[in-house]
Design a protein around this ligand. Structure first.
Ligand SMILES: NC(=O)c1ccc[n+]([C@@H]2O[C@H](COP(=O)([O-])OP(=O)(O)OC[C@H]3O[C@@H](n4cnc5c(N)ncnc54)[C@H](O)[C@@H]3O)[C@@H](O)[C@H]2O)c1
Length: 312
């Protein structure tokens, strides 16, 4: 294939991203991890699944960044996941160093790549990667909104017993407990959620969405969610490689949109071959605006903590 995607971190989310991407047959894949033998073993296993589903994809596992050279897209999933009771911000110190290494090792080998970041705390790790790699804002995007919106869609589908395909949900803001599910703009077959669900049920779904990651961590006990985060990354990678101009919620660098500057923040982002093509703005009412500002404050705090930690 003439497209190459490198995934840094071959743990649960990284290897599952490779799985979802291999099924799409849109690029050759490289998995890199620090654990010796692990990315090689997972790549071999995944390669041996492909004859069964009839997909031709070259999947390489390595502990050496040289294997990533010439990538069209670099996905960063390397880093510690949360344990029960932890917030995403608790991962800052450990993951900043891991993301630094991943960016510095890949940027010289794939100077034109678009970066898709998954490592938490997401908005801050995307900011760090952009600064370290000296990337223009087009070439870096963080995965958060597709996942958070998909969680909300799943909860609405369970509640109403309708197809997930009929449900459109939009979750904006930072990837933390202050995220902002937009209930006025979310709908079931065009009918706004607030007209189809009683207020108490809608509020319960909003709260469950905000805590969706934590709910899974407390059940798994030994790691965090990976199927849904990974398929969200795969959708973003496909949109970029196929130049789809797809508008999805994702974390992008704000340059005045929503009145915000110099932070990564979840907003409707148009993705195409160059990466972030455009950021769309919703008309927000007072309550939505206040929730967004609160979420932005939380992201700003973590980003400032990172800036005190990392020397550029
Ligand atoms: N943004 C989101 O929506 C979202 C969703 C799920 C997980 N996450 C985050 O993604 C990250 C990974 O989660 P996971 O479940 O895959 O964890 P995991 O522990 O299963 O995998 C992480 C992998 O990173 C590897 N790693 C560590 N340092 C490395 C380095 N310097 N270079 C290469 N690889 C390195 C580890 O060996 C491990 O295999 C975590 O920070 C988690 O919080 C984000």
């Amino acid at each position: 294939m003439d497209k190459k995607v490198s995934i840094i971190g071959a743990g649960m989310t990284g290897s599952t991203t490779a799985h979802w991407l291999a099924e799409r047959e849109i690029a050759d894949l490289v998995l890199v991890d620090v654990v010796e033998g692990m990315p090689q073993g997972k790549s071999l296993d995944l390669s041996q699944a492909l004859p069964v589903i009839g997909k031709d994809v070259i999947i390489t596992g390595s502990n050496d960044y040289e294997a990533t050279a010439g990538s069209d897209i670099v996905v960063i999933t390397a880093g510690l996941p949360r344990k029960p009771g932890m917030s995403r911000d608790d991962l800052l110190t450990a993951n900043a160093e891991i993301v630094r290494k991943a960016v510095m090792e890949t940027i010289t080998r794939s100077p034109e790549a678009v970066y898709v970041i998954l490592t938490n705390p997401l908005d801050t790790m995307a900011y760090l990667a952009m600064k370290l790699g000296k990337l223009p804002r087009e070439r870096i995007v963080g995965q958060a909104g597709v996942l958070d919106s998909a969680r909300m869609r799943a909860f609405v589908a369970m509640e109403l017993k309708v197809s997930v395909e009929n449900i459109n949900c939009y979750v904006l803001g930072g990837h933390g407990d202050e995220m902002v599910p937009l209930t006025r703009h979310s709908n079931v077959a065009g009918i706004p959620l607030c007209e189809i669900l009683p207020p108490d049920r809608l509020e319960a779904i909003v709260n469950r969405t905000r805590k969706g990651g934590g709910e899974i961590i407390s059940l798994l006990k030994t790691g965090s969610a990976y199927y849904a985060p990974a398929v969200a990354v795969a959708q973003m990678v496909e949109a970029i490689l196929k130049d789809k101009h797809l508008i999805i919620p994702a974390s992008a660098y704000m340059q005045g949109e929503y009145g915000l500057k110099d932070i990564f923040f979840g907003a409707p982002v148009q993705l195409g071959r160059k990466g972030v093509e455009k950021i769309f703005e919703y008309q927000l009412d007072e309550t939505e605006r206040a929730a967004l500002d609160k979420s932005a404050d939380a992201v700003r705090q973590t980003t400032e903590a990172m800036l005190n930690l990392v020397k550029f």
